[in-house]
Design a protein around this ligand. Structure first.
Ligand code: AHR
Length: 648
């Protein structure tokens, strides 16, 4: 019995190959489709504290006391000797659109006031400066204030005085310099002495925002986007475009102008998942449409706004705007094009100029509806399309193909929308890694004469869609990379693609997996991020056919040529358990004295990055000369490799 077992083990050991060998020929002599310069992009939605509590660098949660529970995020600070009262009021507000404010009344004795906890942690860094500001008016006495930062363990990090208040609302400001770095600091707003003040719009921003813009975006998060070099930025979503009911839809015009006047709205992800409720999630719109366009310009991404089409989310109420009342929705779309591209003499071009950007934002495309389906959508889309195409025929219209990549809703969309001026169909897919590996040939047989494809939302789900157990592991990233080789090979049909969602707060997420995880102090890049980045950085300009491969289909390959450098770029996923030795040939160019640079993302399939171990999975770059014109490439198991071959 024992010897039988040993024989079996020995047989397995003998049979298991240490590596596999194959040959690949890249046909540089037979170039194919041109690749859209904006092929690989990003999808932004305010989900998982992506904007408020994330990209928008405001550190104070509920700064205007407009949450339905107006003291949410705030706590009373009342040392034993202090006597005072807090009340929420709305008479003669500083701002009628966000009318609530806090009254602090102190009878003296000790400092008395409130603390703000930030967005599940207020991240502050030693050596950096933080701008505190608030609207304040005196109500009684001659009160002074102290503005303080405390660490989570109760250490005073900085304190600054503020006084000489007037009876009218006035913006007051001080700068805080924390003595230590802390991920869970708190802001204290205290009355010092007897008296009373009204206070509103209490704000704390790092001075070190992206491009040092006051009230701007979190620098490290934008840097992660800039480092990707995305071709486009889709915003503001996602289901947030639709709203669970129409009143809660995203309305771009309400996101412009002074931030204090942008009306707070409950975030749909506040209450979407019973298993991940987020009662403190609201949209301040501090990151509004002007800032989106500015962000696109900053990072060199083409803007792709997605607008509500007169329908609330079909997974929620599906509320419809009656067709005879759709005009204002359609007008919003037309006005947005004018806002982005119109001359400064036009109404909305003038608004853009007044906000500081007389030059156009060069909008070339727009999505009508997010993840819609069915006849109600089609009749609404056709009204938008008629109006937009007659005024702006150059704008490419993106139409929704539903939430799944192959169901009846999808088929109906593809059967109907191409006849309605849909230039690009927005396909979505959240599925297991196997689906992505199995569907790398999905687009090989698409109609070349129909609308183009925007793979607008996709991500491999290690467990299942909306499972809280999904992981951003290497296995999922490789599945996405393999699938992307199929998108690239079909670049004549697939014009754009974006992973979704983009950001997630480790402290307050609703949806996983996500491309980039952040905590109050750090940004963690996932293996999936690196896959996206490797495609962005190695986009190329024309597709090159590849011949050969492995019989077991563990190797997924695509190739392109970079017109600027003349380099041949090969992307290869080895999803198998064994290394692959690949004899690479490039037909049509000489490689005798060439050079190859390789970037490899590899590891164990279940490996992932975390704030504690942010670089477990990270691309590694090497460069070697080409010896004698041929190239034998070793592809590690569970790896994604990009080779940039510089011919002679
Ligand atoms: O990416 C998360 C959500 O998935 C998007 O908001 C929605 O469009 C899709 O269902």
């Amino acid at each position: 019995m024992k010897s039988n077992l040993l024989a079996m083990v020995a047989a397995v050991l003998v049979a298991a190959p240490s590596h596999a060998e194959t040959t690949l020929t890249v046909r540089a002599d037979a170039p194919g489709a041109r690749i859209n310069p904006a092929m690989w992009g990003i999808f932004f939605e305010d989900i998982n504290f992506g904007a408020d509590g994330g990209l928008y660098a405001e550190l104070v949660k509920n700064r205007g006391f407009e949450f339905p529970e107006p003291m949410m995020g705030w706590s009373k600070l009342s040392p034993s000797k202090a006597r005072g009262q807090l009340s929420i009021r709305d008479e003669q507000p500083f701002n009628a659109r966000n009318p609530h404010y806090l009254r602090i009344e102190s009878e003296g004795g000790d400092l008395f006031g409130v603390a703000n906890e930030g967005f599940r942690g207020m991240g502050v860094k030693k050596g950096e400066a933080y701008d505190f500001s608030a609207q304040i008016r005196k109500v009684a006495g001659t009160p002074a204030m102290r503005i303080e930062l405390y660490s989570a363990d109760g250490t005073l990090l900085d304190t600054q005085p503020l006084g000489d208040f007037t009876n009218d609302w006035q913006q007051r400001a001080v700068v805080l310099h924390p003595r230590e770095t802390d991920a869970h600091a708190k802001l204290y707003v205290l009355l010092d002495g007897k008296g009373a003040v009204d206070i509103d719009f209490i704000s704390l921003f790092p001075e070190n925002t992206w491009k040092h813009r006051p009230g701007g975006l979190r620098a490290d998060m934008v840097q992660a986007l800039a480092d990707m070099h995305p071709g486009f930025l889709r915003f503001p979503g996602g289901c947030i475009v639709e709203g669970s009911v129409l009143d809660r839809r995203y309305q771009w015009k309400k996101t412009l102008g002074p931030v204090a006047e942008r009306q707070l709205l409950i975030n749909r992800w506040n209450y979407e998942f019973l298993h991940r409720p987020t009662p403190d999630y609201f949209q301040s719109f501090g990151l509004g449409f002007y800032e989106f366009f500015q962000l696109c310009e900053d990072i060199g991404a083409r803007p792709l706004p997605i607008l509500n089409c007169g329908m609330a989310c079909q997974f929620n109420s599906g509320e419809l705007c009656p067709l005879d009342q759709l005009d204002s929705f359609v007008q919003d779309a037309l006005d947005l094009i004018e806002f982005a591209n119109g001359p400064v003499t036009s109404e909305w071009g003038g608004r853009r100029a007044a906000l500081g950007h007389p030059e156009p934002f060069n909008l070339t495309m727009m999505g009508v509806g997010n993840e819609q389906w069915g006849p109600h959508y089609f009749e609404r889309f056709s009204k938008f399309a008629a109006a937009i195409k007659s005024k702006y025929p150059e704008i490419q219209l993106v139409a929704a193909a539903g939430p799944e990549p192959a169901d009846d809703r999808f088929k109906q969309a593809w059967a109907t929308l191409p006849g309605m001026h849909a230039d690009i169909m927005d396909e979505h897919c959240y599925a297991k890694p196997e689906w992505f590996f199995d569907n790398t040939h999905r687009y090989d047989h698409y109609d070349r004469s129909g609308p183009k494809v925007f793979m607008g939302e996709y991500a491999a789900q290690s467990v299942a869609i909306v499972s809280t157990k999904n992981r951003n592991n290497l296995q999922c990233a490789l599945a996405e990379a393999a699938y992307m080789t199929g998108l690239e090979r079909n670049a004549d049909v697939v014009r754009m693609a974006s992973y979704a969602p983009l950001f997630a707060s480790t402290e307050a997420w609703q949806w996983t997996p996500d491309l980039i995880w952040v905590d109050p102090l750090h940004v963690t890049l996932t293996p999936n991020y690196y896959v996206q980045q490797m495609f962005c950085l190695n986009r190329g300009d024309e597709v090159l056919p590849v011949e050969g491969g492995t019989a077991d289909r563990s190797l997924f390959v695509s190739a392109v040529k970079d017109d600027g450098t003349g380099e041949i770029i090969i992307k290869a996923v080895n999803s198998g358990e064994v290394p692959l030795e690949v004899q690479l040939q490039v037909a049509g160019v000489s490689l005798k004295n060439g050079h190859v640079r390789s970037t490899v993302l590899a590891g164990m399939p279940q490996s992932e990055n975390s704030p504690g171990e942010p670089t477990q999975i990270k691309p590694v770059e090497t460069g070697v000369p080409l010896a004698g014109g041929s190239l034998t490439q070793h592809f590690e198991p569970h790896s994604f490799t990009v080779l940039r071959i510089q011919p002679d």
